[in-house]
Unconditional design. Structure first.
Length: 85
């Protein structure tokens, strides 16, 4: 029995540009997940009555400001490349 592309047996590797876009997206997504984990830890500390240094909060906000646009750009690049095929 022959395999057909429609059957999903012949999967071509992603072009280098797609691989780079996916890597950028994954890197930014990982960074935002780490930020989310830090935010959860801070929320637990605050809810337990602990004080959180302003410097720690400022650093977290700065990381969000830096990582979010990268994730958005990478996602948009991936979407654009899919539309233009």
């Amino acid at each position: 029995m022959e395999s057909s592309p429609a059957a999903g047996n012949d999967i071509a590797p992603l072009p280098a540009s797609d691989t780079e876009q996916l890597r950028r997206f994954q890197d930014a997504d990982t960074a935002l997940n780490r930020i989310g984990n830090n935010l959860t830890q801070i929320a637990r500390a605050v809810n337990a009555g602990q004080e959180v240094p302003r410097q720690q909060l400022a650093a977290l906000v700065q990381r969000v400001v830096e990582a979010a646009p990268t994730l958005m750009e990478a996602g948009a690049d991936i979407a654009r490349s899919r539309v233009h095929r």
